[in-house]
Write a protein that binds this ligand. Structure first.
Ligand SMILES: *Cc1c(COP(=O)(O)O)cnc(C)c1O
Length: 458
């Protein structure tokens, strides 16, 4: 039985071949720290009766494992097989190759972000996006901020501060806890005037609520819920007319705001941004990383005089976009100029438009391969039908027929156990638990090998 004497010193440890390799990978400082921690652990193990020689032999491996664990980040790439295409908790839209390349270029070299290449004078960062946004939406003008919550905030603050803003009780939404329309209005400094009831709001509700203090009528897309049954809401067209007659601004917060009609892929018809503009809204707000398929951003499109006022708000500077996202957005928006190839190039639409039979064929192909990797751990895999969702508050009650793998094992907690195993992989695989099984919806799996590779690390 060997004691403390069997342990090397930190310096001796650092001289070994194995630790030299770790120093190459992680740097001397981190390796030295990890070596100290491992030696401390070894000493206390020996105090508790462990053998010094055995402990000493384990040291390089333990240090390597500690360093690898510390270097692993939760931000590592993973596979979203939840069936929710735009998963807010998983970062929403996957960007197109074009957007990624543009973002890369923007990170790697200087660019004319606020510089006019013709005159050599000062330019404006929003100029890179304004024209194409106007072209795609039919709006007069456009401005861009950090996200759609910021778009709503700055628009309400600019146009409604110290005055009243009218919203239907059926549209006083909360999105993901921290974004509640009444709270945003309070922060914007505008007085919320609620009209109608939860299920029904009529034109006269708005008309009667207008006072000399009214600044805005706000229409909010009820993104993450649907009121069904005995309902009535005032459409964008009528609301625009009411606002115009009352000489107040009508703003339509679309939320997901698609630039293209999704019904061509079997999804329910929702007004596009261009349609909301054409209905007569003075301003329309929408997100960059929802159906649009770009990075996080918030767009405000509409009347030039109103956009000019918003751009003068000091909040604009606090909420502006960085060059990386502006570059990625420009590349994303340009894809919309070529509608024929849009679904090939824009991952969000490519995934949403995948037909169920294609996904089912993929599931059939993958089932035996996945089953072979799960079998040693006591789990089985079978092909199943399932239902995908868009996510991020777009068409909240609609599902898209999909297919995937149903993973099962012995015992009532099998799905939870397997789910934890797959989350801990170097490339985590995230599914959803349904009906006593862990279901992997394959709608968002563009590369079969990625799943097989990920599971090989089980
Ligand atoms: C998602 C959403 C927002 C918030 O947009 P972010 O881009 O997430 O800030 C605001 N309003 C509506 C209606 C939404 O659906």
């Amino acid at each position: 039985m060997n004691g403390f004497r069997a342990l090397p010193s930190v310096d001796q440890l650092l001289q070994t071949q194995q630790l030299h390799r770790l120093i190459d990978e992680y740097g001397r400082s981190l390796v030295t720290k990890a070596a100290r921690v491992a030696l401390d652990a070894a000493r206390s193990a020996i105090r508790n009766g462990a053998d010094g020689t055995v402990e000493a032999a384990r040291l390089p491996h333990l240090i390597g494992a500690d360093l690898a664990a510390a270097a692993q980040t939760a931000l590592r790439p993973m596979l979203n097989l939840t069936g929710t295409v735009l998963h807010t908790n998983l970062g929403r839209a996957i960007l197109s190759a074009e957007a990624i390349a543009a973002a890369n270029d923007a990170m790697a070299a200087p660019l004319a972000l606020e510089y006019d290449l013709e005159t050599g004078g000062r330019g404006k960062r929003d100029d890179h996006l304004r024209d194409i946004l106007c072209e795609l939406t039919g709006a007069e003008d456009a401005t861009i901020v950090n996200n759609n919550a910021a778009a709503v905030l700055i628009a309400l603050n600019t146009l409604g501060q110290g005055r009243e803003s009218i919203v239907s009780r059926g549209e006083l939404i909360e999105i993901g806890g921290a974004f509640r329309m009444p709270d945003i209005m309070a922060r914007a400094g505008t007085q919320l005037v609620e009209v109608g009831t939860t299920n029904r709001t009529h034109p006269h509700d708005y008309i009667n609520a207008v006072t000399p203090e009214t600044a805005l009528i706000l229409k909010v897309h009820t993104s993450n819920y649907r009121i069904e049954g005995f309902t009535s809401e005032v459409g964008g067209h009528d609301l625009s007319r009411i606002a115009r007659d009352a000489n107040v601004v009508m703003m339509n917060d679309l939320g997901a705001g698609s630039l293209v009609d999704l019904s061509q892929w079997g999804l329910r018809r929702e007004p596009t941004v261009a349609e909301a503009v054409a209905e007569g809204a003075d301003l329309v707000t929408f997100s960059g990383d929802k159906l649009l398929g770009g990075p996080q951003a918030g767009f405000i499109v509409g009347r030039r005089d109103l956009i000019a006022r918003i751009n003068k708000n000091p909040l604009k500077r606090a909420l502006r976009l960085d060059k990386i996202r502006i570059a990625a957005l420009q590349a994303t928006l340009r894809l919309y100029l070529d509608p024929d190839r849009l679904t090939d190039r824009l991952p969000v639409l490519r995934m949403l438009s995948r037909p169920q039979d294609q996904i089912a064929a993929q599931a059939a192909r993958l089932a035996p391969l996945v089953a072979a990797r799960l079998a040693p751990h006591g789990f089985e895999a079978a092909v199943t039908e399932c239902a995908s969702q868009i996510g991020s508050g777009a068409l909240p009650t609609d599902t898209i027929p999909s297919a995937g793998l149903r993973l099962t094992g012995q015992g009532g907690t099998a799905p939870q156990r397997l789910s934890a195993l797959l989350r801990a992989l170097p490339r985590p695989v995230i599914g959803h638990i349904h009906d006593g099984a862990l279901v992997l919806d394959l709608r968002c799996l563009t590369d079969d090998d990625a799943l097989i590779q990920a599971l090989s690390d089980l």
